[in-house]
Design a protein around this ligand. Sequence first.
Ligand code: IVH
Length: 677
Amino acid sequence: MENTSPQARIAELTNLIDRYNYEYYMNDRSLVSDYEFDELLSELIGLERAYPDLAMPNSPTRRVGGEVNKTFNQVAHRFPMLSLGNTYSIEEIEEFEARTRRLLDGVPFTYTCELKYDGVAIGLTYRHGQLVQAVTRGNGAVGDDITANAVTIKTVPLRLTGSYPDDFEVRGEVVYPFEPFNEMNRQREAEGDEPFANPRNAASGSLKLQDSAECARRKLMFCAYFVMGPDEAITQLPPTHSGRLEAARQMGFKVLPYTAECRNITEIKAYIDHWDRERWNLPFGIDGIVIKVNQVPLWDRLGLTAKSPRWAIAYKFKAERVSTPLVSVSYQVGRTGVVTPVANLQPVHLGGTTVRRATLNNADFIEKTDIRNGDWLLIEKGGEIIPKVVGVDPDHRLPDAMPVQYADTCPECGTALVKADGEAGRYCPNADHCPPQIVGRLEHFASRKAMNLESLGPERLELLYLSGLVANVADLYDLTPAKLIGLGVDSSASIQEKGAAAIMAALDASRQVPFERVLFALGIRFVGEVGAKKLARYFGNIDALLAATPLELAMVEDVGEVTAAAVSDYFAKPEHIAIVNRLRAAGLQMSVVSQQVSSALEGKTFVVSGVFDGFSRDEIKAHIEQHGGRVSGSLSSKTTYLVAGDKMGPEKRKKAEKLGIPIISEAEYLALCSQTE
Ligand code: IVH
């Protein structure tokens, strides 16, 4: 390797990594270990940094992400992105088939039937075999340029292989396979983020992420279903749709193998029946099947309706629905005391899984749906993975069935439930002694975005609570290795020497967690990450915050009256003040001022834009504040400097120039910080 020129090594690594990626994501084949792969990738990243001019176009290092999308440019589709006529009715499929045959008037033809992927449609433009742009469907005429995020999807080829048209487009669907989707949702829940309702929403949200590195972590998949281009550019493509998909596969696209060529309605119906049953065994969601005339030259003869082609139609599966007896209603108590009713059902098979429980949301839902004791409930599973109660089965209503009586006491601690004004739910007000609320608060406190106590997962926290060692977050800081070792010997959460050391280390590290996160970690109702940050920055320290009146609290940006009242109520309780004081005594950060390392940037306002080498965007913002500077989101006459990273948009630059604001690089910025230090 010493004899290889950087240029040759870059080319070699690029090709090698492309091949390994291809085998892994297209063919499920690992040719090297993860470790070796990472080594090669970091070598390439290093070489490209050292020799930026030698990087090959569309290098696989782009897949790691890092580009920041401030806004998504709107771009016009070269060819409108049509949608399909769709139906839930087999009769309409029969009509489609008969009409197509009639219009084609004896010309021999076939259909391709394929899966209707339940995701987000995008179009990928390739020139000279290189991906140049990825655009969402948008309104069909104009979509969003999401190239920076699309390149992070491993099944979007960046460079094509074999032979391909010089200038063309491949369309398909970005889907979020169930396994990584569930994994991501589990993680979101653990971190206190709202989970996505279904893989489609998650795929769509992922493509619109500002941080493409985050998109790279979401394991999305692109399934190609359509190849097109200007007529003169695609003459080399086969004349059938199935042939074109096969050609796309040869070029490096993921074309799933579930397509079938059908000659008549009987075969089409058999395909539909097969996938209506088998769809639950797929690793990703489909919401129907698509039937297309296979012979491309016939498409012009069939033409278009207002918004969809006459040569294709989608058959959509009905959401699968079953009816099953309601056995009982139980109640779950969350961290904030909100009580959620859950239907315990007679186990029933639905869409590939057995359903035993389903949420009943809140008291209003039970009332509006008119759920009565002894009822059979209708359960549906559509695009959503989580089964939903959609109503009561009228065929099983007993003549004198009594409405379900909502619990009036907490199932966990027996306290009378309270219905807050304007809220559909009821909650248990016994915040300080109701076990699931206590453990829930401990979990929140330990979560990544709060104190990040990694070694204290839910099971261990429950163990600490049940063993009587920890009843509130302050108790965590009284733990010692001696108290911890040997706990829960028979459980999977058991704590030995190593575990105890890890817990102590995590607690110790949490003493450096900034005040805003400590405030968030307290779990005050309605105070999320952003609210905590705003409150911390506004008041500067815990004493000022404790002394604030509701009116003063409500003056803070993003803190409304409801939150202000919740904060005020929280600190009005002596037991909460006691916890705060114990946390303070334990050494947790209780002010933001201690964060400031210098006043080098005092009086200066910065706008940051683009991607930086040594910082993430949040880090550089925090760094500015630590040196006494201010960060603003937009350029104005008050801006002192625009700190420009890589790939800053041209608009920003123009605006700064127009306002006469100096544009400085990351290095110049750092020099500025150290001037007076
Ligand atoms: S063909 C003109 N094939 O379904 C042909 N579409 O309205 C255009 N979809 O949002 C589409 N799987 O994204 C085609 N195998 C498939 C598909 C498919 C899913 C989506 C497509 C569009 C909708 C059709």
